[in-house]
Structure formats: C-alpha cells, structure tokens
Design a protein around this ligand. Structure first.
Ligand SMILES: CCC1=C(C)/C(=C/C2=NC(=C\c3[nH]c(/C=C4\NC(=O)[C@H](C)[C@H]4CC)c(C)c3CCC(=O)O)/C(CCC(=O)O)=C2C)NC1=O
Length: 169
C-alpha cells in the first residue's frame, strides 16, 4: 500500500535525486489539501450507512430489473451482497482519499474483481452506475459540511469505475 508521499520518495530514491521543483510542488499540494481530505473522509464515515442506503435506493429506482426475478440483486442474499459491495467501495474510497493515491484500490479492491463479477453474472455497467450515484451523494454531503471544492472526491470513485469497466467483459 502506498500514499502520495511514499510514492514520491520511492521514485526520487530510485533515481538517486533530491526533490526538485516538481516534487516540492506536488508535496505542497498534497499537504495543502490534507485538511479537506481528512474532513471529507470524516463526513463520509459519519454518513456511510445513509450514503449506501440512498445510493442503493436510487440505483434500484433507476434499474428496477436488478431486483426483479432474474435480476442479479434479486433475493435478500444478493440484495445484501450488492449493498455490501457498495459499502466496500465507499470505505476504500475514503482510504484512497486520505492517502492521496489510488494504489490501495488496486491491491485490496480491484484485483480479481472483474473475474469474480463475470463468473457470478454481476452486471458491471449497473455497478458502475451505482458507484457514480454514490459519488454524487457523498459529494453533496461533503459540500453541505462546508468543503467548497469537492473535485478531489471524484478521484477514487472514478478510478474504481474506470478500472472495472476497462478491460473486456
Ligand atoms: C473489499 C473488496 C471486495 C469486493 C469489492 C468484493 C466483491 C464481491 N461481490 C460479490 C458478490 C456480489 N456482488 C453483487 C453486487 C451487485 N449485483 C447487482 O445487480 C448490482 C449491480 C451490484 C451492487 C451494486 C451481488 C448481487 C453479489 C452476489 C452474487 C451471487 O452470489 O450470485 C463477491 C462474491 C462473494 C460474495 O458473495 O461475497 C465478491 C468477492 N469482495 C471483497 O472482498
């Protein structure tokens, strides 16, 4: 698992170089956004159950076939598995937000996920939609908590959706 600082140090150490202007700028921007990152994570933590629940409701309103017979989230067990997956994405998104680096998502969330989803018939497009809904709901709550620039919150959610959609289904 890596974060913005350890990744930078690793790269400069491999090159045997002192930090240059670019390195200093990227360290500065990481530390300057640090308070907002922590605050955003803390807003998500405090509202996690509500964010997952609302995202699920909105997803199933938009795509009701998911919870009808034959749908992948049909039956209580699969419905619960779907919301549990949403909760995983939300929790790991907060780790990646604080780390300022997406590496944890590769290591703990995305590795082997597409294969699992494909073998269980979990629809990737609908999962992507669910994650995007969750991003919007999380950003709303973060904005309401007084963080004016919430653009950085997109990164982990967009990273997860890009990675699970990318390679051939
Ligand atoms: C922390 C990293 C991590 C992830 C990400 C994870 C995902 C994950 N989701 C699974 C299943 C599942 N995932 C879903 C999800 C959905 N179905 C839908 O129609 C919706 C679109 C979507 C919710 C948005 C469902 C329904 C299952 C159960 C499928 C089945 O057993 O038939 C499974 C198979 C094993 C199980 O049921 O627990 C895994 C491993 N597990 C992990 O440890």
């Amino acid at each position: 698992m890596r974060d913005a600082v350890t990744t930078l140090i690793k790269n400069y150490d491999i090159a045997g170089k002192y930090f240059d202007r670019n390195a200093i700028d990227s360290l500065k921007s990481y530390f300057e956004s640090g308070t907002d990152r922590i605050q955003a994570a803390s807003v998500i933590n405090a509202n996690a159950a509500a964010i997952v629940k609302q995202s699920g409701s909105q997803l199933f309103d938009e795509l009701p076939e998911l919870i009808r017979p034959g749908g992948n989230a049909y039956t209580t067990r699969r419905y619960a598995a779907c919301l549990r997956d949403m909760d995983y994405y939300l929790r790991y998104a907060t780790y990646a937000l604080v780390a300022g680096n997406m590496n944890i998502l590769d290591e703990r969330v995305l590795d082997g996920l597409r294969e699992t989803y494909n073998s269980l018939g979990v629809p990737i497009g609908s999962t992507v939609r669910g994650i995007q809904i969750m991003k919007d709901i999380a950003k709303e709550k973060i904005a309401t908590a007084g963080i004016s620039n919430t653009a950085f919150v997109d990164e982990p959610f967009d990273y997860i959706t890009r990675e699970i959609s990318e390679k051939n289904v």
